[in-house]
Design a protein around this ligand. Structure first.
Ligand SMILES: Nc1nc2c(ncn2[C@@H]2O[C@@H]3COP(=O)(O)O[C@H]4[C@@H](O)[C@H](n5cnc6c(=O)[nH]c(N)nc65)O[C@@H]4COP(=O)(O)O[C@H]3[C@H]2O)c(=O)[nH]1
Length: 740
């Protein structure tokens, strides 16, 4: 075997070669062309028979291409022969990639498999040349057979080479055509089936073609696309920007941007657009515009960012947005040389709506409050819902400080109007704290703290009013905070004591009960009145552990008195509304009684009207459950509240305690005297016992005795005293003098 190579180029073309090239150029079927090449060669050399085999798709086998002169049975038999180092002449030529000459098939070891077949068809020698693609891959083989053992002459080799090159051209041409067609189809699919609108634009921006998805886009200008400029599609405001992107893409830089389009119904669509240069033969001939409708995605994005910055219930801005707005408003008032007012608004009576008739009603009230507030402020003002029933209002553009007053009054008045929800009339009011600034503040959030302190003061001033922030308020709030810390330490170290004040029967002068009063000796500040620290403990929730301690200690010491033989007196304990409203309150009382082996009647709980303000029905239910334990109930500070006269007959109570403020003036103030007498007579009608608190003088005793008051308590008889003293006091139960 040898391997000469001959070039096609430079050889003069015969007529038949030109015909074949013509067939190739005019896209004749490959089979016909290959057959024509074989016939041409067979005609040129009657001593040889041609065979063209083509590589299969995997490049592993050879398939029949054309062999019009070979016996069909032989062609069929070698169809699919393997490509390999010992696979006949053609299989080996394809394997080696070079001309293989088999002089005598009868002798050649590579012909073992097909030898008898070939010899049976009188085929003795075979010369085969591989056909190559542009990339150097073997496309097939071109072989010549003879009926005798022979090697090719120079002329035969040249003919074989020329024919093989023709065949290679034909095969490559067909394969290139197929590839081109496939790539065109692929491209067309990308264009046709693209779910996004695709426009092909010329260099001037006119639409050359549009895919079906693009045709569905019905712009408000109702153009039929082809030949129209893209500007007919884009919203006018976006046009300049879109044109800039188009120019950049036309200059070769792909672009991606967003633009808005109005559809035929006037709906604004947001499109994510890609502009890509169309390159043909290295030259930009136009621009593709691929648009994706992202209106829905934009809508969700907007909604997400709205939800992040707004309160879901009321639609107002939420706490997250506050700081940014505040900084912005400080900036505005600084620049415009205006005053900035920050208001902290807390609803009064809102919690009782939530607790008593449910969150649905609470929510409706909040929504309505938000709407009413919004109507009372100007567009540049900000209202933030901080959560619960607390709001912040920012007014950044006030001419003078006092301009905030009418706004605060309008807000309060609008909030205080009744709310009719599902036929139920509900009432809330607002406590408002105000602070002012000129915007020059390093930490704007301090303004919120200031407004909050002022609001707290408004609450303490009886609600439904507004208060200004002042620096001494700051001072008080600091004290409040330090008191809370100290209280915590005192709770942890059990530094409290109970003092007891006797209660005297007006008719007999005997002690019928004692009231437990909490005492706290502060390590540095000395004695601190419960009137000061109890409200702080109520605010912070510290009142719960404190109350539990009082209840337990008072019961323990009453039991101790009993063990000392001092019986027949009851123990009165003050109950904080917060503790009372806790779900476990009745169980706590029962546990205290059981722990210390007391009967219910030995314990008296002093409650205040404040307790009825929040969810009166539930409070009454709790009172009934306490009564079921035998415990007695006294209504403390009677006369200072405002709402409960109508409740009185519904309340399962045993006593009322007339507040000290009435008793103080009864001898000098006709009104207080009349009120006191009225209270006593009304209470007696309801079969309630009346206790007068803060009795200090003999004339008060006289007046109260004359008015049929039942029980006295006050300094006139005894001050609150520690356990050891009350024990001694009670051990000598001498009747106390009821007159001066
Ligand atoms: N000027 C004057 N005052 C008299 C006279 N007689 C009694 N007092 C004082 O009047 C207050 C009566 O207690 P309160 O009205 O329940 O008012 C109590 C009660 O509301 C609260 N408190 C006291 N101990 C407790 C407690 O253990 N738990 C709760 N939740 N509150 C308590 O603190 C308030 C103040 O308690 P205290 O300072 O102990 O003040 C007591 C008592 O010392 C008098 O003749 N003249």
């Amino acid at each position: 075997m040898n391997t000469p190579r001959t070039s096609f180029h430079g050889v003069a073309l015969s007529e038949s070669q030109r015909d074949i090239l013509g067939m190739i150029a005019t896209n004749h079927p490959l089979d016909d062309i290959l057959a024509a090449i074989c016939l041409m060669l067979d005609a040129q050399d009657p001593d040889t028979l041609c065979s063209i085999l083509l590589t299969d798709a995997q490049g592993k086998h050879l398939l029949n291409g054309a062999a019009p002169g070979l016996p069909p049975e032989y062609s069929r038999a070698i169809h699919g022969m393997a490509i390999g180092p010992q696979e006949g002449t053609c299989g080996t030529a394809a394997f080696r990639g070079e001309l293989v000459v088999t002089v005598d098939i009868a002798q050649d070891p590579s012909w073992e498999r097909f030898r008898s077949l070939a010899l049976g068809h009188n085929l003795r020698s075979c010369w085969s040349l591989p056909l190559f693609s542009h990339q150097g891959c073997v496309l097939g083989t071109f072989a010549l057979y003879q009926d005798r053992a022979n090697r090719p002459s120079e002329a035969q080799l040249q003919r074989l080479t020329c024919a093989a090159q023709l065949a290679a051209i034909a095969i490559r041409h067909e394969r290139d055509g197929q590839r081109l067609e496939a790539s065109e189809q692929r491209f067309r699919s990308l264009f046709t089936y693209n779910p996004n609108p695709v426009f092909a634009l010329d260099l001037a921006g006119n639409i050359q073609s549009v895919n079906p998805a693009g045709l569905k886009l019905k712009p408000h200008t109702a153009i039929d696309f082809i030949g129209h400029h893209f500007s007919h599609l884009v919203l006018e405001e976006d046009l300049e920007r879109v044109s800039q992107h188009f120019s950049a893409a036309r200059a070769g830089a792909p672009q991606r941007f967003e633009a808005r389009v109005l559809d035929e119904s006037g709906k604004l669509l947001t499109m994510d657009i890609s502009n890509l240069p169309i390159m043909v033969n290295g030259e930009i001939v136009g621009v593709f515009g691929i648009a994706r409708d992202i209106s829905e995605q934009k809508h969700y994005e907007r909604q997400l960012s709205f939800n992040a910055s707004h309160d879901r219930l009321t639609g107002l801005l939420n706490r997250v947005s506050l700081e940014d707005r505040l900084i912005l408003d400080c900036h505005i008032s600084r620049r415009r040389k205006r005053r900035l007012a920050v208001m902290c608004i807390d609803l009064d009576g809102f919690k009782s709506i939530n607790d008593s008739i449910g969150h649905y009603f609470g929510d409706q009230v909040l929504i309505e409050v938000a709407q009413r507030m919004t109507r009372q402020v100007r567009p540049g003002d900000t209202i933030v819902r901080m959560g619960g029933d607390e709001f912040i209002v920012l007014l950044p553009d006030l001419l003078r400080d006092e301009d905030v007053v009418p706004v605060a009054e309008r807000l309060m008045a609008s909030i205080a109007r009744p709310y009719c929800i599902q036929g139920i009339d509900l009432h809330v009011s607002a406590s408002v704290g105000i602070t002012l600034s000129d915007g020059h503040i390093e930490q704007p959030m301090q303004l919120i703290q200031q407004a909050d302190m002022a609001m707290y003061k408004a609450k303490q001033q009886g609600r439904n009013n507004f208060q200004w922030y002042t620096s001494d308020l700051n001072q008080r709030v600091c004290e409040h905070a330090s008191l809370r810390n100290d209280l915590q330490k005192a709770i942890e170290t059990q530094s409290f004591r109970l003092h007891y004040q006797p209660q005297i029967d007006a008719r007999t002068g005997r002690v019928v009960g004692i009231e437990a009063l909490l005492r706290w000796a502060h390590p540095e500040k000395g004695f601190i009145s419960p009137a000061v620290f109890v409200p702080v403990a109520e605010d912070s929730g510290q009142i719960i552990p404190l109350s539990l301690w009082v209840l337990d200690t008072a019961c323990a010491q009453l039991r101790q008195l009993g063990e000392q033989g001092i019986t027949g007196i009851s123990m009165a304990v003050n109950i904080s509304p917060m503790h009372f409203q806790r779900g476990q309150f009745v169980q706590c009382v029962q546990a205290a009684l059981e722990t210390h082996g007391l009967r219910g009647e030995q314990l008296e709980l002093e409650i205040t009207e404040a307790l009825l303000l929040h969810n009166a029905e539930q409070a009454i239910d709790t009172l009934h459950r306490l009564k079921a334990l035998g415990v007695r109930i006294a209504l403390d500070d009677f006369g200072t509240g405002f709402s409960s006269l109508s409740y009185l007959k519904r309340l399962p109570i045993d006593k009322i305690k007339i507040d000290r403020s009435f008793i103080q003036e009864i001898s000098t103030d006709r009104h207080d005297a009349a009120i006191t007498q009225g209270i006593i007579s009304m209470a007696h009608h309801l079969s309630l016992t009346v206790v007068a608190e803060g009795v200090e003088t003999a004339s008060q005793v006289d007046f109260l005795t004359g008015s049929h008051c039942d029980v006295f308590q006050g300094y006139y008889f005894a001050k609150p005293m520690p356990y050891a003293e009350i024990e001694a006091f009670l051990r000598h139960p001498a009747c106390l003098s009821l007159t001066g």
